[in-house]
Design a protein around this ligand. Sequence first.
Ligand SMILES: [Fe+2]
Ligand SMILES: [Fe+2]
Length: 164
Amino acid sequence: MISKTMQDAINAQINKEMFSSYLYLSMAAYFENTGLSGAAKWMYVQSGEETEHAMKFFAHLIDRGGKVELAAIAAPETAWAGPMAAFKAVSEHEQMITKSIYDLYEVALAEKDYPAQVLLQWYINEQVEEEKNATQVIESMSRIEAHETAILQLDHQLAKRGSK
Ligand SMILES: [Fe+2]
Ligand SMILES: [Fe+2]
């Protein structure tokens, strides 16, 4: 049986993952509206992965006889200054999530919750990937900056993003 402290902390993280999904969905809408359908595709995939992250915690609570308590999801922003600003926001958001996963790991250590520690190690690895993905797009963008054609080429590349 999972402790109440661990359960509450995981429920709070489920909300953060769902907010992440919502945020990236909002960015997908923004990119659709600004004609960058490749970047929108990247965001749809990213949004779907965040829902999976939430569901992995959800399943963990259920498997351990815990109680899932879904809270309201905050409204994300709906506009950014441009593609670069949006991807910088992704990067900052992921750094915040990484910190949140580390805090959760601290709770699992304090609670001597070994199954949660094992589960969280998956998220720790996943965050390395998440931060890397955002950084790569930012680096490509900073290299091409205001070159409209190059942005469209990059958009074409982003459209090829698979589920991983
Ligand atoms: Fe996530
Ligand atoms: Fe993420």
